[in-house]
Design a protein around this ligand. Sequence first.
Ligand SMILES: [Zn+2]
Length: 228
Amino acid sequence: MSIRHHLDEATLLSYAAGSLSQGMALVVACHLSMCPQCRERAAAQEAVGGSLLEDLAPAQVSADTLDNLLAMLDVSAETMAEVQAETVRKETAPEERARQTGSHLPAPLGDYLPYALEDVPWKKLVSGISYYDLDCQSGGVSRLMRIAPGKNILPHTHKGNELTLVLQGSFCDEIGRFARGDIADLDEQVEHQPLVDSNVDCICLIATDAPLKFTTLLGRLVQPVTGF
Ligand SMILES: [Zn+2]
């Protein structure tokens, strides 16, 4: 698998800072699980953050303050170790795991989707397009979309950011061609109309931090129904 479309620098930073919505963080974690290149970039960002901390000038503190601080550091070091172990568990070697289990699901998605990809109870949106909403506690949309070959997704722009990760099949739009592992990291400047060009259904994981804004009449009609 060769991934050609990667995460924005800004998105990676926001992920590391924990400032993405739960749905968008899930898409990022799934891409990281599939993409060694972005895992390296994320690790490099963490290293830069660490060295910035080391460069800070030391300040004079009283013995009490120092004790308190050390006690706090103990706790946070333990918490950090737990968080990092969890992250590593979710982000490493899922492609190998996927091959072993015959599943096409990135490991982080497993916590949100209690089905194999073949068994997802899809809800039909329009002919050839169905979806399944994930239970993410955040604003915006977090869902799987399944689009039949030759189908267009409705042209739309975004009020906020949209992340789309391809899990199966492929689509192309004004920006390029997106296949398994590729991520479309779009902001509100972009209007696009993706067309599925694979001969199997294209299945994508999509998250927005604000509702999509459809630009066609059909889009505006289905928007209140679908919650897009
Ligand atoms: Zn990547």
